[in-house]
Design a protein around this ligand. Structure first.
Ligand code: FAD
Length: 321
């Protein structure tokens, strides 16, 4: 018996969320009889980078290096993970909650007749590792869920697990499986990513602007701070509705839900629908000229002031560090 952890990677690096999933798997294996933690990576990535997964708790890393898996076609990934899962006789699959992770998990739950819990937010405290706490109502509450099926799939919420990377490097083993691309209903023919752009759903730091920024011509100030912090940019719904910013930057209940280590909100009132997308952030900094703005109630740090004065000073201060 073992725990298989599906690893996502981008631009040659294993994603932090996948290392968190490995840490979760490790804690699960220590508290239960779920077995050793084996990680699985698909597509092109170096052995050196994969060995690093051992530091988060994997005893070994399996690697299906088939280039057909590079495009991230969901069907292909679900097929490959399912094959390896069966080959090693695993009973638990752990992965990061992400758009790819969710899609792979859902397909495999059907294929394996597995119990699936998504948005898992806490480590199991008892030997009953399958009584898991998951985050519900956009992070406002927790639900305790018991997984009773033999096969279990747990999708781990970003930033919810303490990432431990003090273990040794793991050995990397190549695995050959047959992947029949002609079976796949979808094929990715090209991808278009702006050079250097940090994707909002995966960003560790987000700088977001609201209607208080007055117009798209002022967004350079948001972008400058984001650049200094190595952050992605986001916005409130009205800002993308008016067309000041693209829709994929819209954060909130009806937009992207983020869980960064740091969320900086500039000129955003803090309406409940916006908060629903950010309240899993580890630290929230609010800049607003109205001391009564509701966002201050959710903030860890607040600056009452005019964004047009505060932003350039803050950017300079960050630059000076
Ligand atoms: P405003 O409410 O206009 O607030 C602007 C803020 O900027 C104010 O607090 C003001 O004090 C401050 N400000 C003004 N000038 C300055 C300055 N110079 N310096 C500093 N601060 C300044 N909204 C979302 O964001 N995401 C969602 O997903 C979402 N989903 C929704 C779903 C539904 C069904 C509904 C009904 C609404 C939804 N909304 C959503 C809209 C939400 O209710 C708010 O209307 C919206 O979040 C307000 O955006 P805002 O804070 O940018 O603008």
């Amino acid at each position: 018996m073992s725990i298989l952890v599906y690893i996502e990677h981008a631009d040659g690096s294993v994603k932090k969320t996948s290392l968190e999933a490995v840490s979760y798997g490790k804690a699960l294996s220590e508290r239960t009889s779920a077995g050793e933690v084996i990680a699985l990576a698909l597509g092109t990535i170096s052995d050196e980078e994969l060995a690093r997964v051992g530091s988060a708790g994997a005893s070994k890393v399996l690697h299906v290096a088939d280039e057909k898996l590079n495009a991230g076609v969901i069907q292909a990934h679900a097929d490959a993970v399912g094959q390896v899962y069966k080959q090693i006789g695993a009973e638990t699959l752990v992965l990061a909650k992400s758009s790819l992770g969710d899609a792979v998990a859902a397909r495999l739950a059907v294929k394996l007749d597995a119990g699936l819990v998504s948005n898992v937010a806490e480590l199991p405290e008892t030997a009953d590792g399958y009584k898991v706490k998951r985050s519900i109502y956009t992070g406002k509450a927790f639900a305790e869920t018991t997984v009773s099926k033999n096969h279990k799939i747990l999708a781990i919420k970003k930033n919810a697990v303490d990432l431990k990377t003090d273990g040794a490097d793991a050995s990397v083993e190549k695995v050959d499986i047959s992947i029949d691309a002609s079976n796949f209903a979808a094929k990715i023919t090209s991808t278009d990513k702006a050079e250097g752009e940090i994707l909002l759903p995966e960003a560790d730091i987000v700088v977001s602007g609201g209607r208080g920024m007055k117009g798209p011509e002022n967004w350079g100030m948001i972008e400058n701070l984001a650049k200094e912090l190595g952050a992605a940019t986001g916005c409130s719904k009205p800002v993308s509705d008016i067309g000041w910013r693209p829709h994929h930057e819209h954060v909130g209940q009806t937009g992207v839900k983020v869980a960064p280590t740091l969320y900086v909100a500039v000129g955003i009132s803090g309406a409940i629908q916006h908060l629903a997308g950010v309240n899993s952030s580890k630290c929230i900094v609010v800049i607003n000229k109205d001391p009564e703005a509701p966002f201050f109630k959710a903030a860890d740090y607040g600056i009452v002031g005019d964004a047009f004065e505060v932003l350039p000073k803050l950017t300079e201060a960050v630059k000076a560090i």
